[in-house]
Design a protein around this ligand. Structure first.
Ligand code: INI
Length: 206
């Protein structure tokens, strides 16, 4: 077996976010909900040790506008990850399909294009009640806060990508299938040391 990047024993341990820079895109549409998700993001980032000065926030009109803004933010090279927050409520209009799908596809495309994790923190729900129970603040309703979850996902992705990229520097962005993994070059002599290094990075101690 090659390197085991994922260690289930460490799933409960918080990721150290100190020194990390994050961008947030937040949609104003349904901002009663997106502001609640934003509260969850700040709480999660703060508890992970991310400095407030290392987080920038950009507002956009609606979820449809998120992918372009997220891509622009990611492309600056300033951020370790970008968190996209929005709330699309189905309501009575077919607009839902035209907004929710493209927002998801666009965010996916933006992160693949830039190589920067962009977390899909966009609620796609049937009604306002569902949105409320997914954006809990101070336990005001029973549920959870998908903004906080998005922030945790961003920090985990930063750490996972660090582990991959510091283990195989020089193979960054190599999708040409010409690298050792593609050519079947097999185990290398330094695999043991590489595995230990990956585990240190994954544990948050660089
Ligand atoms: N934008 C949202 O973020 N949520 C919605 O529920 C929504 N609905 O239902 O229409 C919505 N529409 C606006 C859209 O995101 C764009 O801002 C608009 O179409 C202009 O491009």
């Amino acid at each position: 077996m090659g390197v085991d990047f994922r260690s289930t024993e460490r799933d409960d341990q918080p990721v150290d976010g100190s020194g990390r820079r994050l961008g947030i895109i937040c949609a104003r549409w349904n901002d009663v909900i997106t502001r609640r998700m934003l509260t969850g993001v700040w709480a999660e980032l703060e508890s992970a040790g991310v400095a407030a000065d290392d987080v920038d926030l950009v507002w956009v009109p609606g979820a449809f506008e998120i992918p372009l803004a997220a891509k622009a933010m990611a492309a600056t090279g300033r951020y370790d990850a970008v968190i996209a927050l929005g709330c699309v409520i189905r309501g009575d209009t077919a607009h839902f399909e035209y907004v929710a799908g493209p927002a998801a596809t666009g965010i996916l495309q933006a992160q693949l294009d830039t190589g920067v994790p962009i977390v899909f923190g966009v609620l796609t729900v049937e009604n306002r009640r569902q949105a409320l129970v997914r954006s809990v603040v101070d336990g005001d309703v029973v549920g959870d806060n998908k903004g906080a979850e998005a922030a945790a996902t961003a920090l985990e992705m930063i750490q996972a990508l660090d582990a991959i990229r510091t283990s195989w520097p020089g193979e960054r962005g190599a999708c040409s299938r010409s690298g050792p993994a593609a050519s079947g070059a097999g185990e290398r002599a330094d695999d043991g040391e590489r595995r230990r290094h990956v585990e240190r990075v994954h544990a948050g101690s660089h």
